[in-house]
Design a binder for this molecule. Structure first.
Ligand code: PMP
Length: 284
């Protein structure tokens, strides 16, 4: 069965799916994206994802390529045509095609590309497997709240992590504060069992998984504080994890070579993994 990709109104086999060389996404990374998890064939948190997409586009003054209500239909159609049960769907909107120039003309037709990725359904066991991270300087811009396709700092930080033999990196700013992961939000649990994640502002992406976990953690009666935490504090934490639509709740068991807790997913992290997997299972 060929993989099917949606490109500007057409459902094309993956190998024929392409965009113009003067698409501003290709030339300037002038575009935005979303990644939404799929569980049991259902989209997880589609409305908050579409809200964030809308906001990102508003901030960059890119028009909607199709009306908002059409997104749900197209996303589900791509899932159906690819027979995806578990995995994720990638959606990218760029400003459109124009002769290469930093200034852009009015009235461009935005490009819309959507495709899926199938993965095995996460279980408590697979989701609880932790990984190590290293810190990397946060060299990104001051609008990390916009989910743009301009991801070079994350590419370089992940590459640096790979070279150090670990799975991922956490960005740390000039004040030694952990901002977030290369493609995830960062969390720690303190010795006093306080769950901490950085508050949202223009220096991090407001993760949809982050929002959902905050709600699940609050429902579970956990003590939560949204505040900056330093790299030092993270390295002394009893638990650490990241959150994202693709990695879900991912235990972080080593930071810069220092073991966190007992080197396995901690109690609070496990509890949140369980709650989050249940939450995903109840998506509709
Ligand atoms: N921060 C960054 C920089 C990211 O790229 C992502 C995932 N795209 C996240 C956080 C997590 O966002 P979400 O939970 O919506 O996947």
């Amino acid at each position: 069965m060929p993989r099917i990709v949606y490109v500007n109104g057409r459902y094309l086999p993956h190998r024929y799916a392409s965009v113009h060389i003067e698409d501003r996404g290709f030339q300037f990374a002038d575009g935005v994206y979303e990644v939404i998890a799929i569980t049991n064939g259902k989209l997880v948190d589609i409305e908050p994802h579409l809200d964030r997409l809308n906001r990102s586009m508003g901030e960059l003054n890119i028009d909607l390529p199709v009306p908002r209500r059409a997104f749900g239909f197209i996303l589900r159609e791509v899932i159906r045509r690819n027979r995806v049960t578990n995995g994720s769907i990638y959606l990218q909107i760029t400003r459109g095609v124009a002769a290469r120039d930093f200034t852009y003309p009015e009235g461009l037709r935005p490009s819309l590309v959507i495709y899926t990725k199938s993965t095995k359904k996460a279980s408590i066991e697979t989701a609880s497997q932790g990984h190590a991270v290293v810190s990397q300087p946060d060299i990104r811009w001051a609008r990390c709240d916009i989910k743009t396709i301009s991801l070079l700092p994350s590419v370089l930080a992940k590459r640096a992590a790979t070279e150090e033999g670990v799975a991922d990196a956490w960005f740390v700013n000039e004040e030694s504060i952990v901002t977030e992961g290369t493609s995830s939000n960062a969390w720690i649990v303190t010795t006093t069992k306080e769950l901490i994640t950085r508050q949202t502002d223009n220096f991090i992406l407001s993760g949809i998984t982050r929002q959902t976990i905050l709600k699940l953690a609050s429902d579970a009666g956990l003590t939560i504080t949204e505040r900056p935490f330093s790299l030092k504090e993270a390295m002394q934490a009893t638990e650490a994890f990241t959150s994202s639509s693709t990695a879900l709740v991912k235990p972080v068991i080593k930071i810069n070579g220092v073991q966190i807790g007992d080197g396995q997913a901690g109690r609070v992290t496990r509890q949140l993994i369980e709650h989050y997997l249940n939450y995903m299972d109840n998506s509709f």
